[in-house]
Write a protein that binds this ligand. Structure first.
Ligand code: ADP
Ligand code: NI
Length: 194
């Protein structure tokens, strides 16, 4: 099977895992991270696009917030059933184990493929989508909107300076600006109520 067909098949395979999510990790998040990662990867000549595609599509499929798997069992199963080589499986697992920004702000993947997927995931946590996801996530944990607003200052406003690639830094700028505007408007309206 060609690489494009394998990626299409994997997209179909992973869809059921994310269909019922309402915490901001739904299938659209996976597709946005994938599309963004491929867009950033296009700016690099020496970058393994297949690895980027696989890591982007599988980056949340063993996330402990969503699944109770051990040792990246879902990602491994899906790659094996699609005949991905053992060495590619190892590389992809290495990347997805490092992607989450919760696992240490200062982490930086040495390889460009990992840096790209990490940037794409972080970009989906800021801007209009990022705002929506923060409230969805907070709500799914039974938290108030004010607790989600605190997450903006504690984490989301820091993300623009944590991007690895120039392309992501560029995109993060606008999204960050939009989120800060939203934050100020929220504070303004909330103050008027008290
Ligand atoms: P990852 O992308 O690695 O799964 P997180 O789980 O921290 O990392 O973030 C996923 C999404 O959930 C992001 O959009 C983030 O803003 C949101 N989120 C995570 N923690 C909180 C929180 N305490 N309050 C509101 N939103 C949160
Ligand atoms: Ni994600």
């Amino acid at each position: 099977m060609s690489e494009i067909l394998i990626i299409d098949k994997i997209k179909k395979d992973i869809k059921p895992y994310f269909e019922t999510d309402s915490s901001g990790h739904d299938y659209s998040h996976i597709l946005r991270v994938y599309n963004m990662a491929m867009k950033i990867a296009a700016e690099y000549k020496y970058c393994d696009k297949k690895i980027v595609a696989l890591a982007a599509l599988l980056h949340d499929i063993d996330d402990d917030k969503l699944f109770k798997t051990k040792n990246y069992a879902n990602a491994k199963k899906i790659m094996k059933q699609n005949n991905i080589s053992q060495s590619d499986i190892n590389t992809v697992i290495e990347i997805i184990s490092k992607v989450s920004f919760r696992k240490g702000e200062s982490f930086r993947d040495d390889e460009i493929e990992g840096q790209i997927v990490q940037d794409a995931d972080r970009l989906d946590a800021i801007g209009a989508i990022g705002i929506a996801r923060a409230f969805a996530y907070g709500g799914s944990k039974g938290r108030s909107i004010f607790s989600s607003i605190d997450h903006f200052t504690e984490k989301l406003f820091l993300l623009k300076d944590l991007m690895n690639t120039p392309a992501a830094k560029r995109i993060a700028k606008n999204r960050h600006f939009f989120m800060v505007e939203f934050y100020h408007q929220f504070e303004l309206e909330n103050k008027a109520l008290s």
